[in-house]
Design a protein around this ligand. Structure first.
Ligand SMILES: C[S@@+](CC[C@H](N)C(=O)[O-])C[C@H]1O[C@@H](n2cnc3c(N)ncnc32)[C@H](O)[C@@H]1O
Length: 228
């Protein structure tokens, strides 16, 4: 899909599959297991301002708002059809969430709004290498000293079984070019390259490959995992 001069992959690889994205994620990713564990890692609090990058159909943002109703949550995504679904979910829960249509950039965010936590789930495996770098770099520049980035995505596929499942599901839908660097374990390397201190906190095996959780903080931060 193209927005302006930028290209992105829609949630399930093809625009016409977006209506079945939530069903597919439920069936193919042990969604309840990894999403609830990821929410626990994010640990939303009432005074958090949370930016969900590539929020898609809004499942994570809506679940976080249920956990911490006072938290200020903004989701950003270039896909209009996915965002319409996200907005409908928030309305069904009577939640006030903000969804921004666009690619991540400081100027796309609400004016003077600074996140305390930046999160992203299942986005990087669908983006080209240059975009992975660009998104991580923008996340890092938006991050306050005591803030943290939380990412859940297909990461290093360590076992023969996980590699086979990843190939026959995610790579069938999204192709190999963007997904293989994730499967080779590039995300923590890219985060370290830009000076983040990164911890691979959990790996969840699923029917579509292993989903890794990362927590990254600025190197100078007191809440660095290494400083604990
Ligand atoms: C597989 S979906 C994940 C949606 C949601 N985060 C979730 O956990 O279900 C990936 C999303 O990333 C969005 N996306 C793709 N390229 C992007 C980019 N460069 N910046 C931000 N979002 C992007 C897509 O539009 C899509 O909605």
């Amino acid at each position: 899909m193209t927005v302006g001069s930028k290209v992105y992959t829609p949630p399930l690889g093809h625009d016409w599959l977006t209506p079945v994205y939530d069903t597919a994620v439920r069936a193919l990713t042990r969604e309840h297991v990894w999403r609830s564990a990821f929410i626990k890692q994010i640990d939303p609090s009432h005074d958090d301002r949370i930016l969900d990058v590539g929020c898609g159909t809004g499942t994570l943002a809506v679940a976080l708002k249920q956990m911490a109703p006072q938290a200020d949550i903004v989701g950003i995504d270039p896909d209009r059809r996915a965002l319409a679904r996200a907005a409908a979910k928030a309305t069904a829960e009577s939640q006030t969430l903000r969804f921004v249509e666009g690619f991540l950039s400081e100027s796309a965010l609400p004016s003077k709004w600074k996140p305390t936590k930046i999160i992203s789930s299942l986005v990087f495996h669908q983006t080209p290498l240059a975009t992975k770098r660009e998104i991580l770099s923008t996340m890092s520049s938006l991050l306050p000293e005591k803030g943290a980035i939380h990412i859940a995505d297909y990461g290093l596929q360590q076992s023969v079984l996980m590699r086979a499942l990843f190939r026959s599901t995610v790579q069938m839908l999204d192709g190999v070019a963007d997904t293989q660097p994730n499967a080779d374990g590039i995300l923590p390397e890219l985060m370290a390259e830009i000076g983040l201190v990164v911890e691979n906190t959990r790996i969840v095996p699923t029917p579509s490959g292993a989903i890794s959780f990362y927590r990254a903080v600025p190197r100078i931060s007191n809440n660095s995992p290494r400083a604990k």
